[in-house]
Ligand binder design. Structure first.
Ligand code: NAP
Length: 245
């Protein structure tokens, strides 16, 4: 029987690439999204057309009631969960600290930190009933660089994810649940347009040791490795996928 994987924020970008690669590797994939139903349904349809198993489920991971509904839908369809990729994340327009107010900071923390915690809580409940599983949290190289002058709030949310990854990994290690993170660098996705600079990856390319941005599929490969049995002794770690940055 296929392993069941939930990828949050899988209607586009790194989440969509992860869902597609996971389906190729034999997972049945739950494609969570917040608002773009057409994009999420298209990712699911592409997987099903290729002979895989996928379902798109709308839920805002920053809302606890939505997270519970999301897991109810997974329980109803599959009755279990083997793997979770906490990928959904947001940033807002580039600004210095003077442009950050409590509403903005709360939006970012709710989606990027509290959402993954709630999704992990529900995953751990189901995995510990069933002898284990694997969780990958999508952090960012911003957790190391701090993103000065662009979005220190976003960077701080990813620092929290690194610490959460470590703590949860140690907490559930004896339950056969592995918890790791990937820290992508500059990746070609639409997220940078949300920050107000669609060409940000190209602008930053000269500062990247490999002199280019990454592709969502390159991050997906790292995530799929961490989820797989090939990573059976790897837990509590953060894998940089950042071209050497
Ligand atoms: P993206 O293209 O902006 O896609 C974000 C995805 O998350 C979309 O599917 C979106 O769904 C979903 N989403 C946003 N808020 C949500 C919420 N509250 N509940 C559920 N889904 C939500 O982003 P990306 O570039 O692929 O980034 C994915 C992850 O990688 C994020 O955690 C990001 O911080 C991290 N990352 C990205 C980069 C990069 O350079 N791109 C670098 C480092 C880390 P809708 O479209 O339906 O709203």
């Amino acid at each position: 029987m296929s392993r069941i994987l939930l990828v949050t924020g899988a209607s586009r970008g790194i989440g969509a690439a992860t869902a597609r690669l996971a389906a190729q590797r034999g997972y049945a994939v739950c494609i969570n999204y917040r608002q773009d139903a057409a994009a999420a349904e298209a990712v699911a349809a592409g997987i099903i057309d290729a002979g895989g198993d996928a379902v798109a489920i709308r839920a805002d991971v920053s809302e606890e009631a939505d997270v519970l509904r999301l897991y109810d839908a997974i329980d109803a369809r599959y009755g279990r969960l083997d793997a979770l990729v906490n990928n959904a994340g947001i940033l807002e327009r580039q600004t210095g600290i003077e442009g950050i107010d409590a509403d903005r900071a709360l939006r970012i923390m709710k989606t990027n930190v509290i959402g993954p915690m709630l999704c992990a809580r529900e995953a751990v409940k189901r995995m510990s009933r069933r002898q284990g599983g694997a969780i990958v949290n999508v952090s960012s190289a911003a957790a190391r660089t701090g993103s000065p002058g662009e979005y220190v709030d976003y960077a701080a949310s990813k620092g929290a994810i690194d610490t959460f990854t470590r703590g949860l990994a140690l907490e559930v290690a004896t339950q056969g649940i592995r918890v790791n993170a990937v820290r992508p660098g500059f990746i070609h996705t639409d997220m940078h347009a949300d920050g107000g600079e669609p060409g940000r990856v190209a602008r930053m390319a000269p500062s990247i040791p490999m002199r280019r941005g990454g592709e969502p599929e390159e991050v997906a490969e790292a995530i799929l490795w961490l989820l797989s049995d090939a990573a059976s002794f790897t837990t509590g770690s953060c894998l940089d996928v950042a071209g050497g940055r």
